[in-house]
Design a protein around this ligand. Sequence first.
Ligand code: ADP
Ligand code: MG
Length: 353
Amino acid sequence: QIPSDSPTIRPINKGSVHRICAGQVILDLSSAVKELVENSLDAGATSVEIALRGYGKECFQVIDNGSGISPSNFKVLALKHHTSKLADFPDLQSLTTFGFRGEALSSLAALGSLTVETRTRNEPVATHLSYDHSGVLVAEKKTARQVGTTVTVKNLFSNLPVRSKEFSRNIRKEYGKLISLLNAYALIAKGVRLVCTNTTGKNVKSVVLKTQGSGSLKDNIVTLFGISIFNCLEPLSLRISDGCKVEGFLSKPGQGSGRNLGDRQFFFVNGRPVDMPKVTKLVNELYRGSNSQQHPIAIMNFTVPTGACDVNVTPDKRKVFFSDESSILQALREGLQQIYSSTNARYSVNKVE
Ligand code: ADP
Ligand code: MG
């Protein structure tokens, strides 16, 4: 039935808007932790520790030795669209940081309980800061800490009932997704020591992932996956066009992984971990041509001019638009075909357990 009056259009109250939008930025545990790790890397940290409690459901903490946050920023730190990384839209063209929208901390404040401990080089002591759900600073006290920042989020999603239930139900899956994502950052973050620990109910703390802070992708692969996996990889270095190239490692034809498709496949654009479905499909398809029994391990970083790609596509920044995607795919296809045809002769296809 058509109503006689059209309903009144009115603004949604501010707190509700905030929670609605925050739920789109922070989708799950891994997107929450990812934002904090990216902030640490943006702050120039050479050590980033991710400490989970109860697989992240109870609490997660990211501890870094980066620049720290100046006292003049304490009040605005967790306010929506407040950032030190971008001021105007055109800045997006030359972006070199992971973050730029100033949404992560404000979203985390909205969806959990957010506290920050931080100290810059200019401060003799650190400050402990507590924020409410609208990102307003509600308590501040001095504390002891080295230069750097610790961000703690407790009870993520406690005020989004459906998501909270989902989180409890899928906790192992969420945790697995997070570890895979952290592997991506651990691989690509050169010169950064990355550690992830999880503490379970009985205060048992286990190290889940650890790199040494080496300057090379090779060392990070060896540390994370072991030398025998590394020995099954072929280095990859392809020029695509002016200012555009792809570098990394790829399974040798006969020496892929018997594990799931997508397991140990990592794609990066200018060092940012992203999803590249078309590239993934292409790599798997070409690999299948020479080895139908296994899946390739692929670790590929695309370097493109910052103005030629757009990462401001989805809230989690995992999707990228390229100004000339078809020529990237074409060059990659030709390059990979060449690698596989020249190495095929050298490596025979072995069936793996
Ligand atoms: P964005 O990363 O898009 O700027 P965030 O909400 O993630 O937005 O962070 C807001 C601001 O807080 C950042 O721009 C940065 O200035 C500061 N910040 C956040 N985390 C850290 C950190 N670990 N070290 C130093 N500064 C940080
Ligand atoms: Mg950020």
